[in-house]
Ligand binder design. Sequence first.
Ligand SMILES: NC(=O)CC[C@H](N)C(=O)O
Length: 244
Amino acid sequence: MAVGVLALQGSFNEHIAALRRIGARGVEIRKAEQLQNVTSLIIPGGESTTMAKLAELNNLFPALREFVKMGKPVWGTCAGLIFLADRATGQKIGGQELIGGLDCTVHRNFFGSQIQSFEADLLVPEIVLKEGGPPSFRGVFIRAPAILEVGPEVEVLADVPYPSSKIIIQEQEDAGSPKKAIVAVKQGNILATAFHPELTADTRWHSYFLKMTTEVDEASSSIIIPYGGQRSYEQPKIDLPVYQ
Ligand SMILES: NC(=O)CC[C@H](N)C(=O)O
């Protein structure tokens, strides 16, 4: 099944290229009705306020929220993470509309502006468990957000230390503990990364997301709906004709 890639703005071509490298087909999504043709969706990095305005102009928010609520796998990278968060701080004046669904508070430009962009080797045990490969993943952070706090259902998949000189909202009291920002999480059908795997040659995050998609496809196709539109376990038992 094709993977939808929200193609309003940002790094949608790079995600489509990464999917192609692992033999999957990415489909550019710009209209709500196109979401009916895909069973999963990647929301790329870009500029989240601009993406929000374009999504509003295309009246995409109701369909995107429905897509997430239906339990279809959705992966937000960077600006896409911001889109999926229930709460976002550090927004521009006037704020921005969010899809929501991910129980976390994200800081929109946690690590600063473009010139504070950086790369870091992240320990990614869940990715290694499912996809193998080296213990670390090269995270590319471009004017990156970070997650300040998560709800009980959210699994943290990666974090990154940040300089103690950085002042953040809700500064932690014990200055002694190494400060770490959460940069990758999973909550049911939602995956979110503050960095850009699509800008590296390492496709393990894309393979990991594709597995989430297959699991949902298999789950939905495991309920056999035979001809006549009834599910196998609902269908009245029909004796086979006995030919004498
Ligand atoms: N690389 C990115 O997607 C940057 C996102 C940026 N922090 C924003 O809010 O738009």
